[in-house]
Design a protein around this ligand. Structure first.
Ligand SMILES: C[S@@+](CC[C@H](N)C(=O)[O-])C[C@H]1O[C@@H](n2cnc3c(N)ncnc32)[C@H](O)[C@@H]1O
Length: 140
């Protein structure tokens, strides 16, 4: 399991939350690990492509209600999105308490994030991740 997933778990332990949405799950490694660590929570994953344990969604137009999940996780997705500000706006709308964004190019997102987010550097992954890769913990 990649170390950044453990950082996500450790950060989630610092908050009170009961429901979490991951947008862009891929094969669902994060959801699997979160389920093991937080068995009594409501977890949902969605992705633009079809995966066995996810529903379909587009991060720029999420099919979920305002404040629908206590926490929203977006791991290695925004770097593929044109106009990431539209995606961030949607994630903010759906998240009630906590937003966790893991991304390779945080400088591209900074203008759309509050200035007081916690930033955890991702090191040792190589390439662009080492230059500008961070995990963002955004408390709404
Ligand atoms: C690099 S994978 C990351 C998967 C997973 N979050 C992880 O950490 O293992 C990026 C994922 O984002 C999804 N994705 C890309 N654009 C998306 C969009 N507009 N809406 C939702 N998911 C998207 C892709 O289909 C892919 O599964």
């Amino acid at each position: 399991m990649h170390f950044h997933r453990q950082i996500i778990i450790d950060e989630l332990k610092k908050f009170e939350w009961k429901s979490l949405l991951e947008v862009g799950t891929g094969w669902g490694k994060n959801i699997e690990m979160i389920r093991e660590n937080f068995p009594n929570t409501e977890l949902h994953g969605c992705d633009k492509d079809s995966y066995p344990k996810s529903s379909l969604c587009d991060i720029k137009l999420l099919p979920f209600k305002d404040d629908g999940y206590d926490a929203v996780l977006v791991d290695a997705v925004l770097m593929y999105i044109d106009k990431p500000e539209l995606a961030i706006k949607e994630v903010k709308r759906v998240a009630k308490k906590i937003i966790i964004i893991c991304d390779q190019k945080i400088s591209r997102l900074k203008d759309y994030l509050p200035s007081d987010v916690k930033m955890i550097k991702i090191e040792g992954w190589g390439g662009d991740w080492d230059k500008d890769g961070y995990i963002i913990i955004w408390k709404k």
